[in-house]
Design a protein around this ligand. Structure first.
Ligand code: ZN
Length: 264
């Protein structure tokens, strides 16, 4: 696992070659790493639901069920640690993105954690990605990604900045975790194991607890991809698909066209 955060497993020499934006207040922040829930509200958003299965057409494992299960497990872990937790959905129902955002924005001293699983038609794609948009969200994204990738056998596809609707519109620190590819047989098998989903929930919770102590990771900026897709999504799907094939999207990206104003 790639662990390239400030002060962790890095010699002085290796620090020079790692693109890490270390916070100057790292030492002071580290003291807070053992915080309990105190007054923080964690808004947990289980992706998709109801008629929206998530994933891609024909996908065998419904993403909406996996996201809800991990979200509920995360709720239990965080509640047990003393956090005030709010779920944007707690059953198999469809909740519009604007409603999810409105719920998140109705809380002060809160963070937003959105749970998804990835999908693609490309054979062999695997790994975990964590998205953020506002700079205030990067430490949370960094910490969640650090712990989730550290506890999972899947590849580390990095922290990514991208303008997904729920990340752009939330006024509180917000992250979206893609917990692996349900179109990958190995990762789909993991995802369908309760113990693995519990592990994911616990690692995300550890990231929430440690969000102020690890500084900020390097990240892949996909906001430019996002802009071009926002334009192309106004055209026909055919054109958008053609554009995607020839686009200069970042290596490894499984970003899907027109996904910015819907869920990941
Ligand atoms: Zn999704």
């Amino acid at each position: 696992m790639q662990r390239n955060f400030c002060g962790l497993r890095l010699s002085v020499g290796s620090l020079m070659v790692v693109l890490v934006a270390c916070s100057s207040s790292y030492a002071a922040r580290a003291v807070r790493s053992s915080e309990s829930g105190d007054s923080l509200t964690v808004v947990i958003d289980a992706g998709h639901g109801g008629h929206d299965r998530g994933g891609i057409p024909g996908q065998r494992v419904a993403e909406k069920n996996m996201t809800l299960d991990v979200a509920q497990r995360l709720r239990n872990v965080l509640s047990g640690a003393g956090y005030h937790v709010v779920m944007t959905r707690d059953s198999d129902v469809f909740v519009p993105l604007a409603t999810r955002v409105a719920i998140a924005n109705s809380y002060r001293n809160a963070i937003f954690v959105c749970i998804h699983f990835n999908a693609t038609n490309r054979m062999g794609a695997s790994g975990i990605e964590t998205y953020f948009y506002s700079r205030d969200s990067l430490p949370l994204a960094s910490a969640v990604h650090y712990y989730v990738t550290g506890g999972a056998p899947s590849a580390n596809r990095g922290v990514r900045r991208r303008g997904y609707y729920v990340l752009r519109k939330t006024a509180i620190p917000a992250v979206l975790v893609e917990c692996g590819f349900l179109t990958n047989p190995t990762e789909a098998a993991y995802a369908q194991t309760a113990s693995y989903r519990q592990k994911l929930a616990e690692e995300i919770a550890t990231g929430v607890r440690g969000r102020s102590s690890l500084g900020s990771a390097s990240y892949i900026d996909q906001t430019k991809v996002a802009k071009s897709e926002r334009h192309s999504s106004k055209r026909s799907h055919k054109k958008s698909a053609r554009k995607k094939k020839s686009s200069s999207k970042p290596a490894g990206s499984e970003a899907r066209s027109g996904s910015l104003n819907r869920e990941a």
